[in-house]
Design a protein around this ligand. Structure first.
Ligand SMILES: [Zn+2]
Length: 419
């Protein structure tokens, strides 16, 4: 099972974050949890085929959680999809999709099967297949909101083939029966018990998707013993009153659910746009629960890294993964060689030394900076902050290839508080 966050923003997208959506890859199929604007683009960039979507689960009707649905369905139609699609969500999701398709005069090539749940339900299996099921439970938000748990059913234990052969098991049908837990009688009349050949059943992997809710017992039930708990952490603890008012969780709430549910990995997401640096939230969550990670768009999370590494390969460069590699992978995309990288690196150094004479001197010194050298630099920085900025300006204008700084535009906080 591989989890790929497609959007980790709450309410409004920022320059680097998209609206809520998570893809779950399992055995070649994709299950989408929420479908914010841009979800289909992010799937493309993540290297996930939209034609492989089996199920779409919508948590609630805040626009940021389902605004990408119609666009995605339209793309599936244009791709001439013919296998049916299943959409689960709050009551009204069928009406919404039907109305939109009718309005646009679209006659779908494929069938959509809906599972709608209404307020007041306690828990429901919205999907129940041979190998997995998906359980839904209501959460505690300002409006009706559903949390989901994707659970693989237990897999049969491993068959000890050598031992089976010694005991006289040869036919496929016999192996099948043993795997199904039945005892088999071999030619000489001895009965081979299933437990002698088949090991313990292996527990299936599980994933809980809990977003847009205050702390509530249903979150814990959904997340109980999961491999991955994907929980919202819209606010930090300092804005706990805002979280309570808007029906959201703080990073501490997310860690509380993870602790009570004994999940193996907590992944926090759905960050308010006011956190240009979500590590503030991660630090808080980690203080209460470990391991905890930040959901990073397009960065896959594996339940079994040994088996699944490399299956999902994103097609675009992810800034968050390694800032230091940015130069290399960007130029790699343009098809430049490593020699060229070196040249560009030298050019940067020389242009910086040209812009400030004091830095030029430092190039004569040995590469490894000595302690007093560092101190001197620090002093220089504090002495002339403004001149430092000026030299930066020169640096950018001199045509050097320094990547632009990523800045999330700030807007008045009140805009975010409605959701
Ligand atoms: Zn939301």
């Amino acid at each position: 099972m591989i989890i790929v966050p497609l959007g980790v923003a709450s309410a409004t997208p920022t320059a680097t974050r998209h609206l809520s959506s998570v893809a779950l890859w399992r055995e070649g199929d994709i299950h989408l949890f929420d479908c914010g604007e841009n979800a289909q683009m992010r799937m493309l960039q993540a290297g996930l085929k939209r034609s492989k979507i089996e199920n779409i689960f919508i948590s609630h009707f805040d626009v940021d959680h389902y605004s990408g649905l119609i666009g995605l369905l339209s793309t599936l139609q244009l791709q001439r999809r013919d296998k049916p699609l299943h959409i689960a969500g709050p009551k009204g999701i069928k009406k919404f999709v039907d109305w939109n398709l009718k309005f646009a005069n679209v006659d779908l090539n494929f069938d959509i099967r809906y599972t709608e749940v209404d307020e007041g339900f306690e828990s429901e299996r919205v999907v129940d297949e041979d190998e997995y099921y998906v359980e839904a439970r209501p959460l505690n938000h300002t409006k009706f909101c559903i949390g989901y748990r994707f659970q693989e059913k237990d897999k049969p234990g491993k068959v000890d083939a050598e031992k089976a052969e010694k005991m006289g098991i040869t036919e496929d049908a016999q192996f099948k029966a043993l795997k199904a837990g039945e005892d088999v009688e071999v030619e000489d009349g001895t009965v081979v018990k299933s437990y002698e050949i088949v090991g313990h059943p292996r527990p299936g992997d599980s994933f809980a998707y809990i977003t847009d809710t205050k702390y509530c017992p249903n979150s814990v039930k959904l997340a109980m013993n999961t491999n991955i708990l994907y929980h919202e952490a819209t606010f930090s603890e300092s804005l706990a009153d805002k979280a309570a008012e808007t029906g959201h969780s703080t990073s501490i709430d997310a860690a509380r659910v993870a602790n009570e549910a004994q999940t193996k990995l907590l992944v926090i997401s759905h960050f308010s746009a006011r956190y240009t640096n979500p590590f503030v939230l991660l630090r808080e969550a980690r203080a209460k629960f470990f391991p905890a990670w930040l959901a990073t768009e397009l960065r896959p999370i594996y339940t079994d890294p040994a088996q699944e590494k490399g299956i999902v390969k994103q097609k675009v460069y992810i800034k968050e993964i390694d800032e230091s590699k940015s130069q290399g992978s960007r130029s790699g995309g343009r098809g430049r060689g490593s020699d060229d990288n070196k040249k560009r690196f030298r050019k940067r150094r020389s242009s910086s030394s040209g812009s400030s004479s004091s830095r030029g001197r430092s190039s004569d010194r040995p590469r490894r900076p000595r302690r007093d050298d560092n101190q001197e630099r620090r002093k220089r920085r504090s002495d002339s902050n403004s001149s430092g900025r000026d030299s930066n300006k020169d640096y950018n204008n001199s045509g050097s290839s320094r990547p632009p700084k990523h800045i999330t535009p700030r807007t008045p906080f009140d805009d975010f508080d409605r959701f």
